[in-house]
Design a protein around this ligand. Sequence first.
Ligand code: FAD
Length: 454
Amino acid sequence: MSTTVTQQLEGWGRYPRISAECVRAGSRRDLQDAIASRDGKPMLARGMGRAYGDAALLSSGITLLTERLDRILGFDADTGWLRCEAGVSIAEIVRIFLPRGFFPPVVPGTRFVSVGGALASDIHGKNHHVAGTWSSHVRNVELLKSTGEIVVCDADHESELFRATAGGQGLTGIILSMEIRLIRVESPAVEMESIRVRNLEEFFEASDAASDWPYSVGWINGLAKGNSLGRGIFMAGRHAPAGTRVKKGPLALIPRRFLSGRLLQSNLLLNGLTARMFNAAYYRKQLRRNIRRNVGVYPYFFPLDAVHRWNLMYGNRGFFQYQYVVPPDPEHRALRQTLSEISNSRTLPVLGVIKEFGPEQHGGLSFPTPGVTVALDFPNQGDRSLSLFSRLDDIVADAGGRVYLTKDARLGRDAFRRMYPDWERWKVVRDAADPDGVFQSDLSRRLGLTDAVD
Ligand SMILES: Cc1cc2nc3c(=O)[nH]c(=O)nc-3n(C[C@H](O)[C@H](O)[C@H](O)COP(=O)(O)OP(=O)(O)OC[C@H]3O[C@@H](n4cnc5c(N)ncnc54)[C@H](O)[C@@H]3O)c2cc1C
């Protein structure tokens, strides 16, 4: 049976924060009942709340908490096809299936996301250049529509609804379950090569040289300027052969109780000096230019998960992540312009990643497009942060790029429409699936995605 509670909700960035009426669903029956008794109120499904901004927030409406829809419904060990409910997390999939020699085809930087959230954001991982996004590996989805009807969408049946749901931010319906194909791996180890890069030229050289590695990503120092623009560490990886032994990283030596954002909560990352020290220490921790070693899947794919609730380290005002992609350009003009704008801005970018996306693109609201993506975390410094982001929005939109809605808490409608030219086509499909406009979020209201078209 479902229970209704009012609770404070926030995204991973802890901004904005709202009070929300929530129904915790334990079954699809609970969800159908919630729709039938919604009394004219809008609704939104929420997974593990790892979207950074307001994609999983709904003020004045009913938030449907889906974490208890967590059953594995079937697995074919010959083919890797897994059928599971939407609240199953990637952490659970790794825990259950890695010992059996299987791994999710795409993983984000944290394992604490639900598969429903993974599809609704159409997430990408370090292997986007060869594997595309989450939805490329999904065969079908069971979707509960606002009418109470359950439809199964796949490439042949309700294919437009399938595509609109991938990256559709929960606005087409409630994802109940899906079939996703896991990949085979021989061991729980990853062979990793990391290379210190002094600037963007060296990053792209390393990235080109590693094009046959299935995983690649760079850590980037957002404070670096001039000839050092793009300074960081490039990391390539691949699943290691059976029997590979791994070397434990330094975090494994620290007792887990000391690795909590709550203990470190002291506005630590709000201070220019600590932000600079953090970036410099990260770069210098790699003493040699090029290192090869074997590590476990957890430190390789989910390094930040080692620190419980690390998002608390940004203090009470929370933080923003600005993630964008700009199309390929041999001279990297928009990339240089955005990075220069950031490093000259008196903001404090702390954690940053850079990656080249591959050719695959799904349209609609799915974020990845060919080009280079950068994601940087900034403590919330109010107007100083917001005015930087609107300058970046202009550069990104002018270049034909876009920001990732799953990470966003403040993009304006006009900039959004320039960045996602496919939005009107997406909205036609969404409006047909949900003619009464039941599924809404604070993000969809801000971007005009669930308004009547003017
Ligand atoms: C540390 C960290 C690293 C990350 N790294 C990456 C990365 O590398 N690549 C990447 O792509 N993303 C990344 N993300 C973002 C994350 O993968 C997405 O935000 C993902 O959607 C979170 O899943 P969730 O279960 O927490 O969903 P929530 O945050 O709860 O919801 C996200 C969206 O999914 C919708 N949704 C959730 N469940 C359902 C459902 N059952 N039916 C319909 N809609 C639903 C919500 O309405 C909302 O729009 C990262 C996030 C964090 C915190």
